[in-house]
Design a protein around this ligand. Sequence first.
Ligand code: BGP
Length: 470
Amino acid sequence: MQYKELKQFPEKFLWGASTSAYQVEGAVAEDGKSPSIIDMYEHPKDVADFSVASDHYHRYREDIAMFAEMGLKAYRFSIAWTRILPGGTGEVNAKGLEFYGNLIRECRKYEIEPVVTMYHFDLPYCLEEKGGWLNRDTIDAFVNYAKVLFKHFGGEVKYWLTINEQNTMILHPGAIGLPNGGELPSKKVMYQQNHHMMLAQAEVMKLFHQMVPGGMIGPALNLTAMYPATCRPEDAIAAHNWEVLRCWNFADVPVYGWYHPLAWEYMKDRKIAPEVTNGDREILKNAKPDFIAMNYYSTATIAASRGDASDVAARAGDQQIMLGEQGVYRPAENEYVGKTQYGWVVDPVGFRYTLRKTYERYRLPILITENGIGAPDTLEEDGSIHDAYRIDFIREHLHQMKLAITDGVDMLGYCPWAAIDVVSTHQGYRKRYGFIYVDRDEFELKELKRYRKDSFYWYQNVIRENGKSL
Ligand code: BGP
């Protein structure tokens, strides 16, 4: 659709930026925090671990002052479950409450809306030892954790995200690492874990609406529209297969209260459907999100399966690299889009396409909770960082978002990845995303000084003019 005039961004649009606890905070063993599964990973030897990260735990005041200078209206961060409840459940750690209370108040001081992710990959390790998400007790533990958060912060935080990228955790378990020496669980096990996460999420959304009237809560999913590799009907079916299994199956459950019908049949056929206990359907039916949070990085292009082992790529993938599945789909190349140096497809038009599809399916407002480009930025001698590629990337995505708004998609805000440089799970500090540069190398911490990148000033201007000239 072409328009004579584009709509403008809404008045109260949440111009923000994101981080997650384990990637930004550091201080992994301070003030009573217990280890999470992330802390127990075997990291690739050439990648920094997360023990100091960007030292946000000690420097959040300085960081939030810079976010305020950039003009952020929202800051999306995650709370580390292991700081609040070091035992996973049970005793509350006052120091943990104090840290996030301070962080929230610091945001409020500058009229920055805190957007809180309750769980961003970092399950308490003590719960993992008891079976993690395969153990139904973890559902109760998550609900109990949520109760603590809503009680203490429900009055000060309006926007909440339940679980970050449940679809990445389930479909690309290796992409976020595994506990020490861990082996990849079977699909049957993964879909059972998924079911328990879904139940936990539903219970938490219901609880939230009782405890935080006027607040808004939703799942944060990694959504990626799929293109068929050609107009061959079999390619279109394969693209649909994978879009359903990778994306819609994870959003249908919180919104409609049950699995996507195609995904359910797929799981049953392969004997990987979860065991459903009496009462589970009720729990899923009785909860609803207020919005959909979307992490968008790329689209993917999909061809029909050949039905043999060649459908599955030999290399290990990450969350944006599609691997293929025999009898379901195989990944294909798309000559119309670019790629980052890490092989992630760059597709701003695909962003509009994904927004349209998501809104069409769910008719709920959408909050972008991640979008961005990873690159090895260079700190110049004069303290500048010329990240024109990041400005181009975000500008083009924002323009497409404006078109989506004009198409009629209800957008709440845009929180790209990342507010400040954070550790990338696979590439450490060699792959940066922030508007603010953190001066540290993979293993040399230096002074962790902060520098404003060119994109910092550019985004500041976008926010100042509420995206008018995009
Ligand atoms: C998303 C995760 C983020 C972040 C981002 C960039 O999937 O939710 O936590 O890691 O991807 O990923 P990477 O650092 O692997 O480039």
